[in-house]
Design a protein around this ligand. Structure first.
Ligand SMILES: Cc1cc2nc3c(=O)[nH]c(=O)nc-3n(C[C@H](O)[C@H](O)[C@H](O)COP(=O)(O)O)c2cc1C
Length: 168
């Protein structure tokens, strides 16, 4: 984390709608023995149980899902625009079939807690899972939401943002 400095959640200057919805992020989970990463553009950041939290939604068929399920922490890495093609790659290919690190050239690194992130990121959120729940058809209020699903309901993770690293 040599180039990074640690900041608090209230010091994040990015607009969260642009940050998550337009810039996208890589969600990365696992450890130095094995990890996987995937692109996300749905989710949020805010306050829950008096803690700064990230809300992340992962479909169960993602390879990354297994790594999130099997570990207490994951990271969200945000990049500048020059990494758009890497994020596109990680959002369209599965780690089951391809080596995303090799193909994108991204450099994995590990936090003190052993959680994987990427050196090239401009902002890294270290997330500790607090609560996880499967979305389900019965809970849908507005019927049009069903069009996003074919039985593959996301699992929602509410995670405490325990550390934030930035280069800017
Ligand atoms: C821009 C973008 C945003 C995405 N957002 C999500 C998301 O929020 N949740 C999700 O489950 N999948 C999302 N995906 C799909 C996964 O990134 C994609 O299925 C990926 O290939 C999964 O890789 P894996 O099988 O190695 O985990 C998104 C894809 C793209 C391109």
């Amino acid at each position: 984390m040599s180039e990074f400095k640690e900041i608090s959640a209230s010091e994040i200057s990015d607009n969260p709608f642009k940050l998550i919805g337009s810039d996208w992020a890589l969600v990365t989970a696992g450890n130095s023995q094995g990890f996987n990463t995937m692109t996300v553009s749905w989710g949020g950041a805010g306050i829950m149980w008096n803690k700064p939290v990230a809300f992340t939604f992962i479909r169960p068929q993602r390879y990354t899902f297994e790594f999130i399920e099997n570990n207490g922490y994951f990271t969200m890495s945000f990049f500048d625009e020059s990494f758009r093609s890497a994020l596109n790659f990680c959002g369209t290919k599965s780690g089951r079939d391809t080596d995303k690190v090799k193909e994108t050239g991204l450099t994995p690194a590990f936090t003190e807690e052993g959680v994987p992130y990427f050196e090239e990121a401009r902002l890294v959120l270290v997330c500790k899972k607090l609560y996880a729940q499967n979305l389900n058809e019965e809970s849908i209020v507005e019927p049009s939401v069903k069009s996003f699903y074919n039985g593959d309901y996301h699992k929602m993770y509410v995670s405490e943002i325990v550390k934030i690293f930035t280069k800017s």
